[in-house]
Design a protein around this ligand. Structure first.
Ligand code: GUN
Length: 285
């Protein structure tokens, strides 16, 4: 039976470190502030934004919420981003995705100052991730790396299979695993022989966005299985991309949903916000 990797416990340890550093900054007269923008009323996004706000409050980080109506125009959104870019007391800016269809996500991401881009979505920060010297690490992939490190699971030389190639998770996840000397395969919806490739993984990261997509026959004995999925089937409870009950007995370690990667994403966002505040105040990180 695989060990359940406890994302709540690991995120608590990261958040405790961040809270200590936030307090040390406060004692020097430096505050840490995150601005969060949410456009529209997508229920899942509302939950994520609420959880981010709660985490900020618990850690002594000031959170400034900007809840905009669904019919906000591109101009209005860009002018808010510009205002937040210019305000020196705002250290981090996060615009919750996805945006309503009529808005241009790419243009909004590009408009956020790279120094305040705590999601690490701006092309300048994405480039930093690619060459291995990113200031901000993307929150979810960085959270996964932290979990592996905390559990003493080494990546070097291992076959790491990432299912999913999104800009937010799949692609940066592959890069972080590569930087730790993993041998990385990225699979996606057009991949042939997906099951066979997944079965050869020492570390399998599922970032597909489909409930219970990873079944027992896709997992080799003793694999480490990381589930990035956050699926909410209509009327059902939150569920990952992995068929947890079937895969747990085969894996050597596995992350549950909820209580796995999700809390780590928020912890790493808090760390990035702290990093932004330190750099903007001329401190080393
Ligand atoms: N939507 C889903 N995940 C994320 C995330 O990590 N950051 C933002 N801004 N939006 C998201």
């Amino acid at each position: 039976m695989g060990k359940r990797i406890d994302g709540n416990a690991i995120s608590a340890s990261v958040k405790a470190e961040v809270a200590n550093e936030v307090e040390a900054l406060r004692n020097k007269g430096i505050s840490v502030t995150l601005a969060v923008i949410l456009v529209g009323e997508d229920p899942a996004s509302q939950i994520y934004v609420r959880n981010k706000k709660r985490a900020c409050e618990a850690l002594g980080i000031i959170s400034e919420e900007h809840l905009l109506p669904a019919d906000t125009t591109q101009e209005q959104l860009l002018s808010l981003v510009e205002e937040l870019n210019l305000r020196p007391e705002i250290n981090g800016i996060l615009c919750q995705l996805p945006l309503p269809k009529h808005l241009d996500e790419k243009a909004v991401i590009n408009a956020i100052s790279p120094q305040k881009d705590v999601d690490a979505f701006h092309p300048q920060n994405v480039g930093g991730i690619m060459i291995g010297d990113g200031v901000f690490l993307p929150c979810t992939p960085a959270g996964v790396m932290k979990m592996l490190e905390y559990e003493g699971i080494s990546v070097a030389g291992k076959h790491c299979v990432v299912i999913g190639r999104s800009n937010i998770v799949g692609k940066p996840m592959a890069m972080l695993l590569l930087h730790q000397n993993g041998t990385v395969t990225i699979c996606h919806s057009k991949t042939q022989n997906l099951k066979e490739i997944c079965r050869t993984a020492d570390i399998l990261v599922a970032a597909v966005g489909k409930a219970k997509f990873v079944t027992a026959d896709m997992v080799g004995p003793g694999a480490v299985v990381i589930d990035v999925g956050m699926n909410r089937p209509a009327g059902g409870k939150l569920c990952g991309d992995v068929d947890f009950e079937a895969v747990e007995p085969i894996a050597s370690a596995i992350t549950p949903v909820p209580g796995g990667v999700g809390p780590m994403t928020i912890a790493m966002l808090m760390r990035n916000t702290l990093t932004a505040a330190k750099l903007q105040n001329g401190l080393s990180v």
